[in-house]
Write a protein that binds this ligand. Sequence first.
Ligand code: FDA
Length: 320
Amino acid sequence: MLRSLFIYLSKAGWARSIVTRWSVAWRAASRFVAGEKLSDAIDAIRTLNLKGIDATLDHLGENTTTVEGANRATEDILEAIQAVYESGVRANVSIKLTQIGLKLDRELCSQNLKRILSRARELNNFVRIDMEDSPLVEDTLELFYTMRDREGITNTGVVIQAYLYRSEKDILKIVRARGRVRLCKGAYKEPAEVAYPKKNDVDNNYDHLADMLLDGAVAAGAPGLSSDGKIPPLPGIASHDPARLAHAKAYAQQIKLPRQALEFQMLYGIRRDLQNQLVKEGYPVRVYVPYGTEWYPYFVRRLAERPANLWFFLSNFFRK
Ligand code: FDA
């Protein structure tokens, strides 16, 4: 109930214009967002790297409504890729296709994506395509395959959401193509026709899909993380849920997948204890580091995931 309300608010323009005017909202959001400037994010990544943690840098933005906005976002992402290269940090980049025009014009989005992936390839980097709401899944996967198969650009991977019924089929296909997948539970509000409504079913499906990815990694010869921390292993287990992490670790051990051939991924500011623990155990860990002025929908989705964050936000508000 509260989750649905937050997910609605994350898309409501009126709520965005009210909340982003409150300085306390930014104070609360900055627990999850590295800063408004690219240099803030690079500094945050340097700190993570010192702890043995790699990063994926995300220039915040989604659902762009103009061609100029989509082109500007593309330039901003190219700037982020350049900054990773120049600073020498251990990081790749994550993007959202609606940020670079998917909802406006598929061809424009495809051209922008090609520019981003080509530049990342020139600089030996990797770009993860985040997954958004279910009506966009088909187009997102299609663009991913177009880049790989038609354009021959392979320094990219996608995200699969365990709450969707279709995900098993999607993973089967990607595993056969030896694609790189980040597996997450899913952050949007989806109808019961397309997604498991019950948390328990999502969790069970998560473990099942994780097993498929780990088996796929063994079948592909267990390629490991690149030495510069940029190109991830084939499976990315993205969760803060200790039971999901324990399941993936146990299954990987059972099928003798080396630790460097899978990666655990978490969000900036969430469960740092687990991040450090996994590093200590010798697993690659990557943290998703968002930055920029478009932090509102990202922040509100984090509130939706854990209503306790709301109390943290409100306590800041009343301390004002
Ligand atoms: P779950 O929600 O069950 O949480 C397990 C535990 O984690 C909680 O009990 C709490 O301790 C902690 N926790 C989780 N969320 C928290 C929060 N917001 N604040 C504080 N603690 C929290 N989704 C998507 O649809 N498309 C995408 O592309 C991505 N990309 C992505 C990248 C990475 C690196 C991660 C980690 C996650 C995503 N997600 C995503 C988000 C994902 O779908 C999901 O909404 C969140 O990860 C929360 O799910 P958990 O697996 O952590 O489990």
